[in-house]
Write a protein that binds this ligand. Structure first.
Ligand code: ATP
Ligand code: MG
Length: 295
């Protein structure tokens, strides 16, 4: 679904340049439910915005659903945003209209984009996110999590192939966050929708098969869910009470780029006293050993 190589994004302001993505490589398979984590300013939103066609990368290679995003004209990019991707933000619900019923909030953007925005379609979308029974409630009478699910329904209106969510559970309590995540998981399992969620919420990151960690504009490590753990989760109806941020759930891998580079975590380097920019590297049986420089 997503295939990018050496993706670079430079933001230029009047007096500075920020290299928000520094040669990011990433492949996302159709039907994946994946999380992206990383420190503030590491490039998570930038990456999501590039995939979503909200902004253009500076150099590199970026294909989504077989389309070369570098080659799309402005007009094609508009069509891409309308037809291929759906977006959910942290405060998506803020853009909704509090005094209108949930279903009209879902119908409104469809009317604005000239999509066949019938009432039936709005009902159907609310059903998909599990809010059928509250379709006639005013938005102001719904909880924060329910409002966010209305926002997800809107993001699904164009039948996207790829759903991008930037901190969708960023401003809600843990129980609500679990319910929002449950909605994503159901969309992924039942409709095969490919979903990428940027999150700080480890209870969300712990429940997906793959968690990519962005550091300084590059994916530096990935946590892959252990297969026995995935089987265990499959057997559960609801993951609400699951806290899977521990090592039993996922295996952590450093990411090796095509030039053979890996990023060694600072704490590893510190713990064996590596301070300069040289290390000794040895091949030892089936391992590669890195040691500090000899004095
Ligand atoms: N429009 C912009 N103009 C200039 N610099 C930008 C712009 N957007 C982002 N940046 C810079 O690019 C870098 C990456 O920003 P980005 O928003 O992708 O981080 P993030 O990982 O999403 O952080 P957070 O967790 O705080 O949301 C930061 O240094 C940021 O200041
Ligand atoms: Mg961000």
């Amino acid at each position: 679904m997503v295939d990018c190589d050496n993706l670079v994004k430079i933001y230029k302001t009047e007096d500075t340049e920020v290299m928000a993505l520094q040669g990011l490589d990433c492949k996302i398979e159709k039907g994946e439910l994946m999380a992206i984590i990383g420190n503030s300013g590491s490039g998570k939103s930038t990456f999501l915005n590039m995939i979503g066609g909200l902004d253009r990368p500076t150099v590199g290679r970026l294909y989504v659903d077989g389309l070369d995003l570098f080659k799309l004209s402005e007009k094609e990019l508009v069509a891409y945003k309308r037809n291929v991707v759906g977006f959910v933000w942290q405060n998506s619900a803020r853009n909704l209209i509090p005094y209108l019923p949930a279903w009209q909030n879902v119908q409104m953007p469809m009317l604005l984009t000239n999509k066949s925005g019938g009432r039936e379609r709005a009902y159907e979308l609310l059903d998909i996110v599990g809010l059928s029974h509250k379709k006639n409630r005013r938005l102001s009478e719904l909880s924060g999590g329910e409002q966010q699910r209305v926002a997800i329904a809107i993001a699904l209106a164009n039948n996207p192939k790829l759903l991008l969510a930037d901190e969708p559970t960023g401003s809600v309590d843990p129980a609500t966050s679990a319910r929002i995540f449950e909605t994503f998981r159901r969309l992924n399992r039942e409709m095969g929708l490919t979903i990428v969620i940027v999150t700080h919420d480890m209870s969300v990151a712990g429940k997906v098969n793959r968690v990519a960690n962005i550091r300084d504009g590059k994916i530096s490590s990935e946590r892959i869910m252990r297969s026995d753990y995935a089987e265990y989760l499959k057997s559960l109806d609801t993951l609400e009470a699951i806290d899977a941020s521990s090592d039993e759930s996922h295996e952590e891998y450093a990411v090796l780029d095509r030039n053979g580079r890996v990023q060694i975590p600072d704490e590893f380097l510190r713990s064996i006293g590596i301070t300069g920019n040289k290390v000794r590297m040895e091949l030892s049986g089936d391992s590669i050993v890195i040691k500090p420089q000899k004095n």
